[in-house]
Structure formats: structure tokens, C-alpha cells
Design a protein around this ligand. Structure first.
Ligand code: CA
Length: 223
């Protein structure tokens, strides 16, 4: 899953990016409102972390414009402590939730998981495809009760595909949601990752393969 963090304090922005990357998220940064808005509208993010106090366009203005453009990406606003006016304005203008600074990183992660959860998804933060289970909190993947060890990128690819189970995903689509803007990932690299994933998720099991190639287009998980 790829997140956009819009935060003008570089030190804070980089710390958030580093922490989120350790959790397997891909993260792009923008350091002012205008860049944040352009990035949000140009790319297909899974969630936007948006600081309210920004130079130029502030967070509420950025949020307002994103929604006016019909973009429904979940937005988590970062507000200063006790800024009730900003909080109310942000939520009224289409933000999905807010977090007051300073915040604990664990709470930030929990809010992000909650916003990424689809309405019909169960609360145990587990994605399921047939006999394959992926736990978003513990990061444990099992198939037929057997634990599968994945690297963080393999986990991120599998998570993205399981969230869109049954849908054909182009290579570009998967790359956009798993790698950040600065990485020079190529379709060939993704193919290699898919080969690794198959060797871990499908090959060892005497069960129907779950990862399918859709020739000339991309991949899908189907049970
Ligand atoms: Ca700020």
C-alpha cells in the first residue's frame, strides 16, 4: 500500500516515512500544500497523511480541493493539539479522521489500518484467499496452517493482491502501490518478485495455485 505524507517539517516527515517503510508501506513525501495537492491528484495513493499547518496552501485547503476533484482517497489529518477549529473544518471538508500531534506511532499505525480497512472487512485485520491467510497486524502469513516467511516487499505485493482478490491487476498498478516514487522498479523486477512469491505461496502446497498470470496484462489472486 502506498501512502502520501504531506508535512512541512522535514525531520518529522522523514521519521514518519522511515517508520511506515519498516511496516512495509511505500511512502512518498511532499513538503508543502501545493506539492502535496499535485502529488495527490497525479498518483493513485491508498491513503494520504495531511498536516494541517502547511506553508502556502494549508491542509484543509488541500483536502477541500482533493475532494472537489472527486478523489476519494482516505485522508488522515495531522493537527496541532487542541485545534478544534481545524479538526472540525478538516472533517467537514472531507477528511476521514484526524490525529493530534504529538502522537504515538502505534496509534498512527492503528488509524492507518482502520482507514485502509474496507467496510465489509472483518475486524481481525486478516485478509483471506482460500486457505491463505495474511494478518495485517502481526504480519504473519499462513497457508493450510503452515507459516510462510516473506520479505517485506513480498508481503506488500501479496497484501495488495489479496485486497483486490479476483481482480486482474496490471504490473504498473501493483508497482504503483508497492514501491515509492523514487524507486526505479521495472516490470522485470516485479516478475522476479512474483516468481519468489509463487515459490513460497503456491509451490510447496498440494493445493490449487492462487497466483495467476493474466498474459499480456498482469496478475490476479483467485481461489
Ligand atoms: Ca506543519
Amino acid at each position: 500500500m502506498k501512502l502520501l505524507v504531506v508535512e512541512d517539517e522535514h525531520r518529522v516527515a522523514r521519521a514518519i516515512k522511515e517508520g511506515l517503510e519498516q511496516e512495509g508501506y511505500a511512502v512518498d513525501l511532499a513538503f508543502d500544500g501545493e506539492d502535496g495537492l499535485n502529488a495527490a491528484l497525479a498518483d493513485d495513493y491508498d491513503l494520504i497523511l495531511l498536516d494541517v499547518m502547511l506553508p502556502g496552501l494549508n491542509g484543509v485547503e488541500v483536502c477541500t480541493t482533493i475532494r472537489k476533484q472527486g478523489n476519494q482517497t482516505p485522508i488522515l489529518m495531522l493537527t496541532a493539539k487542541d485545534q478544534d477549529r481545524d479538526i472540525v473544518l478538516g472533517l467537514d471538508k472531507g477528511a476521514d479522521d484526524y490525529l493530534a500531534k504529538p502522537f504515538s506511532f502505534e496509534v498512527l499505525l492503528a488509524r492507518i489500518r482502520a482507514l485502509l480497512r474496507r467496510p465489509h472487512e472483518s475486524l481481525d485485520s486478516e485478509l483471506v484467499a482460500g486457505d491463505l491467510r495474511l494478518n495485517l497486524t502481526t504480519k504473519i502469513v499462513t497457508r493450510l496452517e503452515k507459516q510462510i516467511d516473506l520479505t517485506s516487499k513480498e508481503f506488500a505485493i501479496l497484501e495488495y493482491m489479496m485486497r483486490h482478490k479476483g481482480k486482474v491487476l496490471s504490473k504498473q498498478n501493483i508497482m504503483t502501490h508497492v514501491w515509492d516514487f523514487d524507486s526505479d522498479i521495472l516490470p522485470n523486477n516485479l516478475e522476479v518478485f512474483i516468481t519468489y512469491l509463487r515459490a513460497k505461496v503456491d509451490k510447496p502446497f498440494k493445493a490449487k495455485p492462487l497466483i495467476h498470470t493474466v498474459r499480456g496484462f498482469g496478475y490476479k489472486i483467485e481461489t
